[in-house]
Structure formats: structure tokens, C-alpha cells
Design a protein around this ligand. Structure first.
Ligand SMILES: *Cc1c(COP(=O)(O)O)cnc(C)c1O
Length: 509
């Protein structure tokens, strides 16, 4: 015993090298290969870099393959030249404009190009990058709220009960924004037949405390585009001054190329701001987003900070300060490398692949809930036929069971419960991303057919057991020390969200 204690002390004092006492030993011959990776406390000593690299990589190999993750809109492919530029920029702090003036210049170019893509007036519009659409939306909401408040105060009216109008299909970041900034959420509910906002209902909900209406260019459920122009026209007709913000997280880089004639952007009178995710169809690795305002009139100046930092005056309107410069540089690469024609080719191909997949799934017998021919995002939302089609609800298996069977083949195709007022309609969604080529699509179709066949053969009892087995392995159920992820923790059971109240589950974005 004394010997082993002495031995441990020796190992620690030798900075954790292998039993042969130096860093030259093999990774799997070292003592690290037979001990747990540290998880609660920082280890006392260092380990050799090659060992750390290998052991962490090994642990990560249990993650899913990002390319088979059809749940997410977020880019999983960039050219190696882009990767190289981004790696080279990794040590630059984006916020140090003075030290990295060319990075700042490239940022402005991107913001202008994206504004121009959305038909923003060139002489007045103003834009900035963010970490993603969530942050972009927070900024846009703050701007709308402040502008409303300033006007109310100027009129000598109370400004303590702001509200915002949106469809119940909003991405969770809208619930967050409203909650964080203390704005009442007013929802226009979806129905089993309408998965987007109803413009008339939206405008009817407006009152003197409405800071804005949200229109989504590509909902995360069915990818459908909400009718921005119809909302604007109604507002204009009624002489209402309520502004519109367009959440074009996904559609911002699709619609301009696939449906250039669709008026959803600054061509529409009441649209004052638009967000988009550079890391979705902007084709950059996470995380970069953009927000553009029609003019500085819609971005109250008391939200914009002029700071003198490291010797230079800078203008800043972001929630965070330091961040990496790589994503903005990656965005610039994509914009100039592909050009409009390059984005058009990619987005048209994705639309074609989505249509091809739609037809194949319809042939298998699924009900299709998404649009085709570029009328929505390149994704396919579908479900098994059920009571709406006059068929008995199949009690033996549902969309969640199919998701589980597909998972066994490596495909991540999420099943989820639709927005409120759809009677908990279940659906599945496949996002067609840049790297989802026709041949990969064919492999998926084959696997879906096979899984459906198995589901029909397998007994209800067996499927149930499989589901139980999978849920025991899911992250949510895993015993974890992350306080926010602990199922016993009070945060797990929040009732304030649409999910808590109605069972709406969010498609992974
Ligand atoms: C993905 C998404 C968001 C959130 O965007 P992030 O870039 O992931 O922060 C918001 N709204 C919609 C419609 C989305 O699809």
C-alpha cells in the first residue's frame, strides 16, 4: 500500500507521463488510457499534447456524424481554402478593430452585401454581424422596444407594457428574447392546416403597446414562408405604424436566389429589420449571424455604444464583446468565392433534391407538410397518414419510432410535436443542406423504406422496449452534473415556455 501511494506521488510529480517516465510512450501504453478522463476537478498535472488530443478525439467519436445529421440547418461543409483562412484567423479577436482594420473592413463589406441582397436602401441601411440569428433577434427586439418606448414617452403615455406579435411556430429564441427583455408575447396560433401566421389575425392583435410583428421567412417546422407583404399591406391600409421584423434565419440566403421575385425584404414597406444566419444557408460553419436595419432611424442611437478601446473609437451594438474573427472571414470567402451565381446553383440544387425526396416520401405513403418547387425552404416535413386522412391512427408506431429506427443506421431525422393548437400533431423533418447530394438522398430513401418495413413487422411491445432503451441513453436522461441538465433540477420543468405549456417541441436548428 505504501508502495502504491509512493508510486502515485511519483506519477503526479513526473507530470503524468507514461509508466516509462517520459512523453515518448504510446498513448494507449500510458496510464491515461486506463484511467477516467477528468470531469470534476482540473487534474493536478499536465498530460502530453498528443495524448490529450487522442483521448478527447476518442471520446468525441460517440457523437453523431454531422453529415448524417438531417435535423440541423447549420453548415457542415466548407471548402478547404475557407477552412484554411478561418484557421489562420482563429487567434484574432474580432472586436479589436484598430488592430485588425482589414477584418473590420471585411465585416463592413459583408454587412453591405447582405443588406443589398435584401434590397436595403444603400445610403441609409446599417447592419452588423452577430454570433447567430438568436443574438441578431435580441438586438432587433431591443431596437423595436426602445423605439416604441421613446415614442410613447414623447407622447406622455405609459411605456411599461410592451408586446410583440408572432406565430406560434417561432423558434425558441423569440420566446427567450421576449422573456429576457420583458415583452408580452402575443401568439397567432397555427392550425392543423395552416403552419404559418395568419396576417389578418396578426394585425388584429396590434394595439398601442405593440412594438412589432414578426414574420418568419422559413419556419423551422415546415419551412414555409410567412406572408410578409400581406401583413405590411394590412398595416398600411389601417394606417398603423407598427413595424415588421423578418426572421430570415434560414430563408435569407435561399429566397433571393430561388424566388427572386418574392417580396419579403426591404422592398416591403413596413419591414424595418431582418436577421439571417450566416451559418445556415449562408454556408459558413457556426456561429455567425447578421442583422440589418432599413435605416439608423430604426436603431435608436442610445443603444449604440461609441467606445474608445485600445486607442480607437469604435461603434458597437452587440450583446457580447470579444469573439473570433474567423466566421466573418469565412462569410466573406463564401460571398466572393461563390457570387450570386454560385449561391443560386447550390440553392436550386437543394430545392431540386428536396422535391425529389418529397416525391419519394409521398410514394412511400407519407403525408407531406412542406412546400415544393422553391415555395419554401429546401426541407421535407412529413408524417404518417392519420385521422386527417380518414385512417385510424396507427397505434403500433409513430414518427418518434421511425426516428429511432433511422438513428440505428446513423441518420438523425428528428420527430417532433407541432406548434400549439394543432392537437399535438407529430411530424418529421429532413433539412436538405449543401452536402446532401442525390446519392446520399437515395441511400436515405432506401433506409426509410427499410425502417418502415421493420416497424410494420415488429411487435408493439418490441418497439416500446426499443424506445425505452433509447430514452435511457438520451442526453436528457443521462446522469449529468450540469445543473441545467439535471432532470431533478427545477429548471428542467419550466412551465413558462410554449413547450412547457403545450407540448410544442422544437425542431433542432
Ligand atoms: C435557426 C433559427 C433561429 C436561431 O438562429 P441561430 O442562428 O441558431 O441563433 C431563429 N429563427 C429561425 C426561423 C431559425 O430557423
Amino acid at each position: 500500500m505504501a508502495h502504491s501511494a509512493k508510486r502515485r506521488a511519483h506519477d503526479e510529480s513526473s507530470n503524468g507521463a507514461g509508466s516509462n517516465g517520459d512523453d515518448m510512450g504510446s498513448v494507449y501504453g500510458s496510464r491515461y488510457a486506463v484511467s477516467e478522463l477528468p470531469s470534476d476537478d482540473m487534474p493536478d498535472g499536465p498530460m502530453p499534447p498528443g495524448t490529450a488530443y487522442r483521448l478527447i478525439k476518442d471520446e468525441l467519436s460517440l457523437d453523431n456524424n454531422p453529415q448524417l445529421n438531417l435535423a440541423s440547418f447549420v453548415s457542415t461543409y466548407m471548402e478547404k481554402e475557407a477552412e484554411q483562412l478561418m484557421t489562420e484567423a482563429m487567434s484574432k479577436n474580432f472586436i479589436d478593430y484598430e488592430e485588425y482594420p482589414q477584418t473590420a473592413e471585411i465585416h463592413s463589406r459583408c454587412a453591405r452585401m447582405i443588406g443589398s441582397l435584401f434590397h436595403a436602401p444603400k445610403d441609409t441601411s446599417i447592419g452588423t454581424s452577430t454570433v447567430g440569428s438568436s443574438e441578431a433577434i435580441m438586438l432587433a427586439v431591443l431596437a423595436m422596444k426602445r423605439r416604441w418606448k421613446l415614442r410613447r414617452e414623447a407622447d406622455g403615455k405609459p411605456a411599461d407594457r410592451p408586446n410583440i406579435i408572432m406565430s406560434s411556430a417561432v423558434q425558441v429564441c423569440w420566446e427567450k428574447a421576449a422573456r429576457y427583455f420583458e415583452i408580452e408575447e402575443k401568439y397567432v396560433d397555427c392550425t392543423r392546416a395552416r403552419f404559418v401566421i395568419d396576417p389578418t389575425q396578426a394585425v388584429a392583435l396590434c394595439d398601442e403597446n405593440t412594438i412589432g410583428i414578426v414574420a418568419i421567412l422559413g419556419t423551422t417546422y415546415t419551412g414555409s414562408y410567412e406572408d410578409v407583404k400581406a401583413i405590411s399591406d394590412l398595416l398600411v391600409k389601417q394606417g398603423s405604424g407598427v413595424p415588421i421584423h423578418v426572421d430570415a434565419a434560414s430563408g435569407g440566403f435561399v429566397a433571393p436566389f430561388v424566388r427572386p421575385e418574392l417580396e419579403w425584404d426591404f422592398r416591403v414597406e413596413r419591414v424595418v429589420s431582418i436577421n439571417t444566419s450566416g451559418h445556415k444557408y449562408g454556408l459558413v460553419y457556426p456561429g455567425v449571424g447578421w442583422v440589418v436595419w432599413r435605416s439608423s432611424e430604426y436603431l435608436p442611437s442610445d443603444l449604440v455604444f461609441n467606445i474608445n478601446y485600445l486607442g480607437a473609437d469604435q461603434t458597437s451594438f452587440t450583446l457580447n464583446f470579444s469573439k473570433g474573427a474567423s466566421q466573418v472571414i469565412g462569410q466573406y470567402y463564401q460571398l466572393i468565392r461563390l457570387g450570386k451565381a454560385g449561391y443560386r446553383d447550390i440553392m436550386r440544387n437543394l430545392t431540386q433534391t428536396a422535391d425529389y425526396l418529397t416525391n419519394a416520401l409521398r410514394e412511400i405513403g407519407f403525408v407531406i407538410l412542406s412546400e415544393t418547387s422553391g415555395r419554401g425552404l429546401p426541407l421535407v416535413a412529413f408524417r404518417f397518414p392519420g385521422k386527417d386522412e380518414g385512417e385510424p391512427e396507427d397505434a403500433d408506431f409513430d414518427e418518434f419510432a421511425l426516428a429511432l429506427y433511422l438513428r440505428a443506421r446513423g441518420w438523425v431525422v428528428p420527430a417532433y410535436t407541432m406548434a400549439p393548437e394543432t392537437d399535438k400533431m407529430k411530424m418529421m423533418r429532413i433539412v436538405v443542406r449543401e452536402d446532401f447530394s442525390r446519392s446520399r438522398c437515395d441511400l436515405l430513401i432506401k433506409d426509410i423504406k427499410l425502417c418502415c418495413h421493420h416497424l410494420e413487422q415488429d411487435s408493439q411491445q418490441f418497439i416500446k422496449r426499443m424506445e425505452e432503451h433509447a430514452s435511457e441513453h438520451s442526453v436528457a436522461k443521462r446522469k449529468t452534473k450540469d445543473p441545467l441538465n439535471n432532470p431533478r433540477h427545477e429548471h428542467k420543468r419550466v412551465k413558462h415556455s410554449l413547450q412547457g405549456k403545450t407540448g410544442k417541441s422544437h425542431a433542432v436548428c
